[in-house]
Design a binder for this molecule. Sequence first.
Ligand SMILES: Nc1ncnc2c1ncn2[C@@H]1O[C@H](COP(=O)(O)OP(=O)(O)OP(=O)(O)O)[C@@H](O)[C@H]1O
Length: 279
Amino acid sequence: MGQQIITIENISFTYHDESTPALNSVSLSVEQGEWLAIVGHNGSGKSTLARILNGLILPQSGRVSVCGVDLSEESIWEIRKQVGMVFQNPDNQFVGTTVIDDVAFGLENNGIPREEMVKRIDWSTKQVKMEAFLDQEPHHLSGGQKQRVAIAGVIAVQPTILILDEATSMLDPIGRSEVLETVRLLKDQGIVTVISITHDLEEAAKADRVIVLNRGEKFAEGTPSEIFSLDHKLVEIGLDLPFSYIVSKKLKEAGIPIQQDHLSEESLVNELWTLQLKI
Ligand SMILES: Nc1ncnc2c1ncn2[C@@H]1O[C@H](COP(=O)(O)OP(=O)(O)OP(=O)(O)O)[C@@H](O)[C@H]1O
């Protein structure tokens, strides 16, 4: 892991006309090259945190530093260049008439010269495995493909940080796993530091580190295994434990010698398969 790329110290934010804060004295840091998942039930403050990280709103107190720059009215545009966001609804983000137009849009907005644009469209669509779809219109694409085009549009402008704000929550299981696999490949190549904001613990299990928010406060922080060991405490704050984790526990209770509480169906199936071989 590298140096700290985001530092957040004691930030608080209360929306206009609201009595309780959406974020209450939250501190966290993100290291260059890691994948951090921020999870929490509805209303826990996840989207507010994402909006602050992208400079869409400023905290009323506390300090935010992104890539060594303190967030303020003056630095918002500098910080936004470092942070790319992919949102929940694939259809709301598709602004071009074709895949190539869509990826070109952000590059044009950033004043990238034409020759460089062509190179970056080629590179970014290959990174998300959408290079064969350049002339396709959005209605020919699945939700997962549209989200991968949105990711291509983000990485084409070369931000340091990619924030996924519930970016897989409207996708079917295949689309979700394609998007998460794309994100993992980008992270493994060091192309972006990833922050995924989600209420889905199965998605969080794929991250290097997880922060749990509850009612605007940090509830827990740790590796996915450390977080899942909180078990019923996560259920109490409205989160659903992953299916593979629940099945692992039930199998153990039933006397099946499972070695660990699996965080993905793939790893559970792999272990079940070895058990079957021993029979
Ligand atoms: N624009 C707004 N105006 C007033 N209150 C808001 C606004 N946006 C969010 N809130 C409130 O701030 C709190 C935190 O909301 P936030 O959207 O950050 O949580 P979240 O974890 O992202 O939830 P969700 O998954 O439902 O979006 C909630 O109580 C919410 O009602």
